[in-house]
Design a protein around this ligand. Structure first.
Ligand code: AMP
Ligand code: MN
Ligand code: MN
Ligand code: MN
Length: 291
């Protein structure tokens, strides 16, 4: 059912749900238990840990959340390739031990090390800086999950840039030094793992991709046809006008709406845990699907 987005951003008793963040298991700097404490301290009512391509922080997160009386949702953010770009699919409410999911994530992680070596070589050539791979690896608590964020932190340490955000505007993105094309999971495979693990698939930060309108439409349609049920509307990566755009698209496509900070690190992430505007009141929140 289509209804125009009316711009109402308030809701008398909004749930402070934060369904997207990262721990030391991927490219966050806080351990899962520390994130649980921070979410609780910030008044989060429903919290998901969604590390990149890994579920190994979920048991600690669940335990810490239980001890605090914080409702916890087991999640993961899956790296996917679609129309020659990287798309992130957040899976919520997954069974962390599901074999299909674990095997799929393992496959994705397996490609990261060679990619990181290629990125390091390219950065070394452009910057005349030695030992970039080893430098980035020092920032990765989980060596199986070496990501661009770890390279960004190393380049800040080396004085190449002042902030990680600056690194991503000058390096590590398509067309810039240190960017290496990579084949992540196919959308249909990622959705099949999420479904096998009884999870809800959510398109993460849809406003971040550089798709044409046609490509974006194709992503939303294919995602829906494959069983995808939700998109992030309120995320740390969106501007206020993107909240409105994706609220409208959620209504048009019949998607549930998600809300998540995508918090990675104090002092680095612009948006902290639980510190987001509420979902527009006319949307169906994804937590209606999470029991
Ligand atoms: P990777 O999975 O190795 O491609 O790394 C992706 C991660 O890099 C994202 O999850 C973000 O944490 C970070 N990232 C990507 N683009 C940006 C950006 N423009 N500013 C800050 N962080 C970014
Ligand atoms: Mn990240
Ligand atoms: Mn992401
Ligand atoms: Mn994320």
């Amino acid at each position: 059912m289509w209804a125009p987005y009316n711009g109402v951003m308030s809701n008398p008793h909004p749930l402070n749900a934060d369904l997207h963040c990262h721990s030391t298991v991927s490219d966050g700097t806080l351990a899962p238990a520390k994130l649980a404490e921070r979410a609780h301290a910030h008044g989060v009512d429903l919290w998901a840990l969604t590390d990149h391509d890994a579920t190994s922080g979920l048991a600690e997160a669940q335990q810490a959340a239980d001890a605090l009386g914080l409702r916890f949702v087991a999640g993961v953010e899956i790296s996917v390739s679609f129309a020659a770009q990287t798309v992130h699919i957040v899976a919520l409410g997954v069974q962390p031990q599901n074999a299909a999911l674990l095997q799929g994530l393992q496959q994705i992680r397996a490609g990261r090390d060679q990619r990181a070596k290629d990125m390091a070589q390219d950065l070394e050539r452009h910057l005349g800086l030695p030992n970039v791979y080893a430098g980035a690896l020092r920032y990765a608590s989980n060596p199986a999950l070496l990501s661009r964020t770890h390279f960004a932190r190393f380049l800040v340490e080396q004085g190449v840039c002042r902030q990680t955000h600056e690194v991503f505007s000058r390096f590590l993105t398509p067309g810039k030094p240190g960017y290496v094309d990579h084949a992540w999971a196919r959308l249909e495979d990622a959705l099949s793992w999420v479904t096998a693990a009884n999870g809800i698939a959510v398109i993460a930060h849809p406003g971040r991709y550089r798709f044409s309108a046609t490509e974006e439409w194709a992503l939303l349609e294919q995602f829906k046809a494959l069983g995808g049920q939700a998109i992030e509307v309120v995320t740390g990566s969106h501007t206020a006008s993107q909240y409105r755009k994706y609220a409208q698209l959620a209504l048009e496509f019949g998607f549930y709406a998600s809300r998540g900070s995508d918090f990675h690190s104090p002092g680095e992430s612009i948006c902290d845990l639980g510190r987001l505007p509420p979902l527009p009141a006319d949307l169906a929140p994804v937590w209606d699907l999470l029991h």
